[in-house]
Design a protein around this ligand. Structure first.
Ligand SMILES: Nc1ncnc2c1ncn2[C@@H]1O[C@H](COP(=O)(O)OP(=O)(O)O)[C@@H](O)[C@H]1O
Ligand SMILES: [Mg+2]
Length: 448
């Protein structure tokens, strides 16, 4: 019937008869003379009509068959060479039909697939899941989708997406197998990359932590080095501070045997001498105390009087500076207060003062002077330290606060002093340490 409608190949009985009669009429005219006179013409005619009818039918059948063959070829081509694998499975998952692409995906010849269970081609660990999937397909009657990996004889896994739907009878289902290996590989690669990245992140964090730790250790080393350098200076300063009182002490003690027995050697003389000696001893003891104080590290932030710290610091060095013909001029305005670490602050003052001294000595400035000016501006305590040693060359102005930057010889400079000072003022106390050239020298400015 279908072919009938589609191509009009089969003719109905009346039409067939009409066509046969027509053709026969044509032939009869051609062969009229050769007809046998013995056979009854009516019967002969009937037979002839039937023969021609058969001929027509035969031709029509041939045509129909040709059409069917073409259609079959087309269908086979469509089915076998579709870009996805097609399979028909029964309720138990047995393969009833499979196209070439499907056979290719399963890695077996088609003839060896028919009648076998599809589940055998599913990766062992996923077989149960697939079986459940098949149950769902037959239960739902709609399209169901899943992704599974096929068991492959080769090492590489084959991932497929399965789209399945039961047929109307509910006895079979048709499934499409789509090769998603590329996509899965890309996804796997992505997951792998993400994992690597995460690992890298973790190791990066560890590396950064280690680097930060190393840096912190280096910083601590720097603090220590700076302290050692300052301590060396301090021992020198103590020597300077003690030289004079020690001399005086010596003289006072020498007086005793010299004057003994003479009229001047009275009780009064002895008492005066002893008092002087004791004053010197106390002074020397105080000097030692203030040096010891200086090296005590600050435990916690306190509010301190900047002028007092300046005075204490200058006391430690003024003798040794004086020995090098360098005077320190203090100009204190008001009572600027700072909350922070007084000993660290003193270390900063000392670093700047010692740099000024080095510059003055290097430039052989006669009658050298360093001015320390302190004042308050709002809540900020400002201290400027100005020398007259020619200032800092513009080329190195940007670099003097860098660690290890020094223009002094290896035995004289470490290049740590200003770096440490900036760290102390800006990081530890939240202030600012800056420098500028005044024209005749350098001026450091501490603002906290
Ligand atoms: N008052 C100053 N006058 C001229 N140059 C200075 C002065 N203070 C610092 N500098 C320069 O800054 C450099 C770095 O100083 P610093 O960090 O204290 O290290 P160091 O004193 O060990 O060289 C010095 O080597 C010097 O070139
Ligand atoms: Mg220095």
């Amino acid at each position: 019937m279908g072919i009938d409608k589609e191509k009009g190949l089969l003719t109905d009985a009346d039409e067939l008869r009409r066509q046969a009669e027509e053709r026969l009429l044509l032939k009869a005219e051609e062969r009229h003379s050769s007809w046998s006179e013995e056979a009854p013409p009516r019967l002969i005619h009937e037979l002839e009509v039937q023969r021609v009818e058969l001929e027509i039918q035969n031709a029509e059948f041939r045509q129909t068959r040709d059409g069917l063959e073409t259609a079959l070829e087309k269908y086979t081509d469509l089915y076998d060479f579709a870009p996805v694998g097609y399979l028909t499975l029964d309720r138990r998952g047995t393969i009833a039909a499979v196209n070439l692409t499907g056979a290719g995906l399963l890695g077996k010849e088609r003839s060896r697939l028919i009648g076998r269970r599809f589940g055998l081609f599913v990766e062992e660990t996923e077989r149960l899941a697939f079986s459940n999937f098949l149950d769902t397909v037959f239960a739902s009657r709609g399209k169901e989708v899943c992704e599974i990996s096929l068991a492959s004889e080769k090492d590489n896994q084959l991932y497929v997406q399965i789209e399945a739907m039961a047929d109307a009878s509910g006895k079979e289902c048709r499934i499409a197998l789509i090769d998603i290996n590329e996509r899965r590989r890309a996804e796997d690669a992505l997951t792998e990359k993400r994992r690597e990245l995460e690992e890298l992140n973790i190791s990066l964090e560890a590396r950064i932590a280690r680097a930060v730790d190393e840096l912190r250790q280096k910083d601590q080393m720097l603090v220590l080095q700076d302290r050692l350098a300052v301590m060396g200076e301090m021992i020198n300063n103590i020597a300077h501070q003690w030289r004079q009182p020690l001399n005086t002490l010596g003289l006072l003690i020498q007086q005793l045997p010299l004057f003994y027995g003479s009229p001047e050697f009275s009780r009064e003389f002895l008492e005066k001498n002893t008092t002087q000696v004791m004053q010197l001893v106390q002074h020397m003891s105080r000097t030692i105390d203030s040096f010891r104080n200086f090296f005590r590290s600050d435990k916690q932030a306190v509010t301190f009087d900047v002028n007092r710290v300046i005075a204490q610091t200058v006391l430690l060095i003024e003798k040794s500076f004086a020995d090098q013909q360098i005077g320190i001029v203090l100009q204190a305005e008001g009572d600027p207060m700072v909350s922070g670490y007084p000993n660290e602050y003193a270390q900063v003052l000392l670093n700047i003062l010692m740099n000024a001294r080095d510059a003055l000595v290097a430039h052989k400035v006669a009658d050298a002077r360093i001015c320390v000016h302190s004042f308050a501006k709002g809540d900020t305590a400002i201290v400027t330290i100005t020398d007259y040693a020619g200032g800092i060359a513009n080329e190195i102005m940007d670099r003097i606060f860098e660690p290890y930057f020094t223009t002094k010889g290896p035995d004289k400079g470490t290049g740590i002093g200003l770096f440490m000072s900036k760290t102390i003022i800006e990081k530890n106390m939240g202030g600012r340490l800056t420098v500028r050239n005044t024209g005749s020298g350098a001026e450091f400015r501490i603002e906290v």
